[in-house]
Write a protein that binds this ligand. Structure first.
Ligand code: KIV
Length: 274
């Protein structure tokens, strides 16, 4: 079933879970109302990712993202969605300390943004927290493989799960699925491992730098539109080059203003005749 096309209202986490093995799930990140409006009819779920820190706020990593930022962007995205489900990322430091801390912050995110679910990073070590949240009414999407909030312990943004580490990531996937996550994001892992995980777990796998065989795909919207040009991960396909087009348009505007070609007659108001 294609959720986005068939649904008049937003799918629920269970609809996403039940889409395992069907038509691939479509997802993008969004941080603003207009972007959310653009993708609402095309995406099954939209993620208010903590990538917002790097993409919109110019932070060097996602570590500086706060609950307040996620709530503000979550509220903006919610205003632009009527058909796609919204998932909001739990920012670094808001859930790792204890299941209770995670519940308090996840409940706040859901209450203040009206998100359908939260996403958090981590595998086996977050299983207890995922079980705690799902038992208390908070649907959780897990995120394993390259987990950007752990960039300092992972030693950078490199591919995860090559060779011996593959078994650990497979164990992570099984642990989050057993704990009750309704889907799991697989970021930057080898294709064969992503395919193995997809066969091994009963919940949808959502790939980003993983495999075409995943149950769904997600990209950072500014990356695929060519708006975020600071760097381009190898797994990103640019479907547009809006950054280049935007800069050319701004240069043209600047030139026209300096040469008094803008505003033209149609952009100015005549005095009303009496
Ligand atoms: O924050 C984010 O944008 C993400 C995804 C790209 C999966 O977590």
């Amino acid at each position: 079933m294609m959720l986005a096309a068939s649904n008049k209202k937003a799918p629920l986490p269970d609809d996403i879970r039940n889409a395992k093995g069907g038509i691939p799930l479509v997802s993008l990140t969004a941080y603003t109302t207009p972007m959310a409006q653009m993708m609402d009819a095309h995406c099954d779920f939209v993620l208010v990712g903590d990538s917002v820190g790097m993409v919109l706020h110019g932070l060097p990593s996602t570590l500086g993202v706060t609950m307040e930022m996620m709530i503000m962007h979550g509220q903006a995205v919610a205003r632009g969605l009527s058909r796609a489900m919204m998932v909001v990322d739990m920012p670094f430091g808001s859930y790792e300390q204890s299941p209770q801390q995670a519940f308090e912050n996840a409940a706040r995110l859901m209450r203040e943004t009206r998100a359908g679910a939260v996403k958090l990073e981590g595998g086996c070590h977050m299983a207890e927290t995922i079980a705690f949240l799902t038992a208390r009414g908070i649907p959780v999407m897990a995120h394993i493989g390259l987990t950007p909030q752990s960039v300092n312990t992972l030693g950078g943004y490199k591919v995860q799960g090559r060779e011996a580490q593959a078994a650990l990531i497979l164990a992570d996937a099984k642990a989050v699925a057993d704990a009750g996550a309704f889907a799991v994001v697989l970021e930057k892992i080898p294709q064969t491992l992503a395919d193995r995980i997809t066969r091994a777990v009963a919940i949808p796998t959502i790939g980003i730098g993983a495999s075409v065989g995943c149950d769904g795909q997600i990209l950072v919207v500014d990356d695929m539109l060519g708006l975020f040009t600071a760097f381009k991960p190898g797994f990103v396909k640019r479907y547009a080059t809006l950054g280049i087009q935007g800069e050319a348009a701004i240069a043209c505007y600047a030139d026209e203003v300096r040469n008094r070609r803008f505003p033209a007659a149609e952009h100015m108001f005549a005095t009303k005749s009496p």
